[in-house]
Design a protein around this ligand. Structure first.
Ligand code: CAA
Ligand code: NAD
Length: 292
């Protein structure tokens, strides 16, 4: 493995999980956020997740402390210059991602691989805006990253064989199971999963059943670990809305179109579990479905 220092940009739900996983796997990790408050919130999320693993006896306190010591936190993009791979996990907006990669392109050495954790944008749209499309891949992790085993390794028509192999080996070194995906919006999993979540919202709009009953239906009827509305709240309603807009824009197929109810919930600032409210109220011990 010729990768030793990993850059992670964005320390929200996904970035914090990716950084935690990389540090636990022995990599030095540099995490960049937009300001100190977001940086501290991300650091706390990582600490809490590792403490939980120690409580569950999946990690020793010694290994947790060693992993925490491998993490460094910054608001300066220039601190990512020395990384062997930079994984971007910021908001699902092409302009924001391209601005970041443009800046990184001028800072990082020629050996640095750029990777995006995007859910729905194409890697091509980011890679083509840099001077290193051959050293650009998608590394699509799943939420919660410390638990979910899959990584989609995505190559564009310009990704070099060497870059793909390095990214694939890196995913394995993180203890993940990589699958190779073509660079189409939604890759493999979201192409199937996103219409399913959107269909659940449309079912709710039609008054077919309640939030709780639809969730119970899919959990107990199909053996899913959580129903679609709990999953929407886990993913983030704002993120799901952006994903839906991007996939609809790409395919112009109704099944990717954001249902109006999704838009209304975002407008109300109910972004899911991370903001305390989404389809459920997460403030108590158990999630409580909210009126729709
Ligand atoms: N961080 C670290 N560990 C966590 C965790 C977190 N955020 N959440 C749960 N865990 C661990 C727990 O410690 C526990 O470990 P043990 O079983 O070894 O004790 C295990 O995961 C199960 O947790 P719980 O018993 O607390 O809860 P659960 O059985 O309900 O499982 C879950 C939680 C793993 C999240 C499970 O409900 C699940 O798999 N849900 C579906 C998740 C999913 O579909 N993710 C994909 C989202 S889509 C996506 O990511 C792509 C995109 O682009 C939008
Ligand atoms: P999030 O809202 O939890 O976190 C995004 C973070 O990025 C925020 O903390 C924000 O401050 C930060 N940020 C924004 N611009 C930045 C910049 N220029 N530099 C550094 N930090 C910046 O979002 P998330 O759920 O972690 O999603 C991040 C990415 O991962 C998105 O592209 C999303 O589509 C993708 N993704 C999400 C999931 C999921 O289930 N939520 C799963 C797989 C992939």
């Amino acid at each position: 493995m010729d990768i030793s220092t990993v850059g992670v940009v964005g320390c929200g739900l996904m970035g914090s999980g990716i950084a935690e996983t990389a540090a636990k796997s022995g990599f030095d990790v540099v995490i960049r956020e937009v300001n100190d408050d977001f940086l501290e919130a991300g650091r706390k999320r990582i600490q809490k997740s590792m403490d939980r693993a120690v409580d569950k006896e999946k990690l020793t306190a010694e290994d947790r402390d060693a992993a925490m010591a491998r993490l460094s936190f910054t608001t300066a993009v220039s601190d990512l210059a020395k990384c062997d791979i930079v994984i971007e996990a910021i908001v699902e907006e092409l302009a924001a991602k391209n601005e970041l990669f443009g800046e990184l392109d001028g800072l990082c050495g020629p050996g640095t691989i750029f990777a995006s954790n995007t859910s729905s944008l194409t890697i091509t749209d980011m890679a083509a805006a840099t001077e290193r499309p051959d050293r650009f891949v998608g590394l699509h992790f799943f939420n919660p990253v410390p638990v979910m085993k899959l990584v989609e390794v995505v190559r564009t028509i310009a990704t070099s064989e060497e870059t793909f192999d390095r990214a694939h080996a890196f995913s394995k070194a993180l203890g993940k199971v990589p699958i190779a995906a073509k660079d189409n919006s939604g890759f493999v999993v979201n192409l199937l999963l996103v219409p399913y979540m959107l269909d659940a919202i449309r079912q709710l709009e039609r008054g077919v059943a309640t939030i709780a009953d639809i969730d119970t239906g899919m959990a107990l009827g199909c053996g899913h670990p959580m129903g679609p509305f709990t999953l929407c709240d886990f993913v983030g309603i704002d993120t799901l809305y952006k994903i839906s807009e991007i996939m609809y824009d790409e395919y112009r197929e109704e099944r990717y179109a954001p249902p109006p109810l999704l838009k209304r919930i975002v407008a109300m600032g109910r972004f899911g579990r991370k903001s305390g409210k989404g389809f459920y109220d997460w403030s108590g011990e158990k999630p409580v479905p909210l009126p729709i």
